[in-house]
Design a protein around this ligand. Structure first.
Ligand code: AMP
Length: 503
């Protein structure tokens, strides 16, 4: 009886005696033992009356047991709903109200604080801690080591992942078995993953990058994972010599570049992949100089899994996100027509990777996911003569000043070159004359004395006047979320009054 994700990702583990997971302390979990965890978690969830189609919401630390809960949930036909560990009780209240899960699994330390909320939303509250402690493991202990998965069709839902919600409320992206499996298959082939690979996995597993791109590809191809609770440069460097591949967000790479001994640790590595936020071309170049490896950058999002990737064999171009995946249609649109080469348009994608809509938000779904299958990503990009895509920013970050469009990335790339600037974020702020005015937040290189006016002066003859920031400030660092994305909404809020007339 079929269950697409169970059959492709988890079934074979029952016959694997070699290690599937290698943990930070050197201990290992064999495929067979992990399959036992899946069976026990499946039994425990079924005992809680979890039915096919029910949501199982989790806000838990990364651990082998947490990964097994993901596997168990999809294997019994339920819908896995992971939540960022940083969400506060107020935010959880919204997610539980919106998703009405049958079970909510949280850290044991939060049980008392969340019990009333879980019961108000009709969810059974279970606990699981980062060291495998809590009420769920107790329920798992009395379950059998084998189980029968539940039949599912490819278009049945496997997961709901909430978008990070930097504008408005988070939306639950409904992902089907087909969405997840097709993308894992496409990427595994493109990036040449095999059972001989050991993937260093230091990403969180509440987000599409760590949960689907990293874990699903490794599980699909029968490889091993060095499964770390989070990214810590020292631990990663210590374990990297046992790995063949790593997937990371850009901050992993900038932090590794600061760590001594990087080159030696990378000798046996086959592949470094980056995504979830833009990798600076400078980081790409510095990483190659330090290790000999050209980082492969790809682009995707919660709603679509991955859409584009630089090639494995061909030219991995710094500052681009590569070419559309073989089974993904991609077009760049402005005012209802496809833009020409080098012009900016919004990325639209269509393919088996594209989600089934937003959970209980039919209007939002209609706005962004067209009937003919095209999804409007909200990302703005250009395409060069060879078809490589370069992202210039989110549509919502586009600045319109005095009626002119300014793409922040164009200004940021020039500011990043100014002496003393480590990185920059360019945003639009309310302005009494221009509607919006261009504004730059700069961070200094280590030990550099950075003067914002001097930095702006260096780009004065390189950019049209209307694109030049009307003011700039220096900040110690840019606000980033867990996936390394700069949170421009926070910067816009912090500096909102900058150009307002003084009372
Ligand atoms: P999320 O849904 O949290 O994965 O965020 C998806 C968004 O991250 C995309 O819509 C892009 O704006 C951004 N993103 C992902 N990968 C890249 C990349 N390689 N370069 C630039 N932006 C990226």
């Amino acid at each position: 009886m079929p269950n697409p994700l169970y059959d492709a990702l988890f079934a074979a583990l029952a016959g694997r005696d070699d290690p599937l997971l290698i943990l930070a302390d050197g201990s290992q979990i064999a495929g067979r033992a992990f399959h036992g965890l899946i069976a026990r978690a499946a039994g425990a969830l079924r005992d809680q009356a979890v039915q096919p189609g029910d949501r199982v919401a989790v806000q838990i630390s990364k651990s082998p047991e947490a990964l097994a809960v993901y596997a168990a949930t999809v294997s019994i036909g339920a819908i896995f709903l992971p939540l960022n560990t940083a969400y506060t009780p107020d935010e959880l209240d919204y997610f539980l109200g919106n998703a009405t899960p049958r079970v909510f699994l949280c850290d044991p330390a939060k049980e008392a604080a969340l019990a009333a909320m879980a019961s108000r939303h009709g969810a059974a509250l279970l606990t699981l801690g980062g060291r495998g402690e809590g009420s769920l493991p107790k329920l798992m202990a009395v379950q059998a080591e084998t189980f029968a998965p539940t039949d599912r069709a490819p278009d049945d839902l496997a997961a709901i992942l909430y978008t990070s919600g930097t504008t408005g409320r988070s939306k639950g992206a409904m992902l089907t078995h087909r969405n997840l499996l097709s993308n894992a298959e496409t990427l595994a082939e493109l990036w040449r993953f095999t059972a001989a690979d050991t993937l260093l996995h230091a990403l969180p597993i509440f987000h599409t990058h760590g949960l689907f791109v990293a874990s699903n590809i490794s599980l699909l191809t029968g490889g091993k994972m060095i499964f770390l609770p989070g990214f810590e440069a020292e631990t990663v460097l210590r374990l990297l010599p046992q790995a063949t591949a790593m997937m990371g967000v850009p901050t992993f790479y900038t932090r590794l570049l600061d760590a001594p001994g990087l080159g030696d640790a990378c000798k046996q590595m086959r592949l470094f992949i980056s995504g979830s936020a833009p990798l600076l071309a400078e980081t790409h170049v510095a990483f190659q100089a330090a290790t000999g490896h050209r980082i492969l950058e790809r682009y995707g999002m919660t709603e679509t899994n991955m859409n584009t990737s630089n090639p494995y064999d061909g030219d991995r171009r710094a500052g681009t996100v590569g070419l559309p995946l073989p089974d993904v249609d991609l077009r760049l649109m402005a005012d209802g027509v496809e833009v020409g080469q080098g012009e900016v348009g919004m990325i639209e994608v269509r393919g088996p990777n594209v989600f089934a809509g937003y959970w209980q938000m039919p209007e939002k779904t209609r706005e962004e996911l067209r009937e003919d299958g095209w999804f409007l990503t909200g990302d703005l990009a250009t395409r060069d003569a060879d078809g490589y895509i370069s992202i210039v920013g989110r549509a919502k970050d586009l600045i319109i000043t005095g009626g002119y469009n300014v793409y922040p990335k164009e200004v940021e790339l020039l500011l990043d070159e100014a002496p003393g600037v480590l990185e920059s974020a360019v945003i639009g702020l309310p302005h009494p004359d221009f509607g919006e005015a261009v504004f730059a937040v700069l961070t200094p290189r280590k030990g550099a004395a950075l003067n914002p006016e001097a930095a702006l002066a260096t780009i004065a003859d390189k950019l049209a006047r209307f694109k030049q920031p009307k003011a700039a400030v220096v900040a110690a660092e840019l606000p980033r979320n867990t996936m390394g994305k700069v949170q421009k909404n926070l910067l816009r809020a912090d500096y909102a009054g900058w150009f307002k007339p003084k009372a």
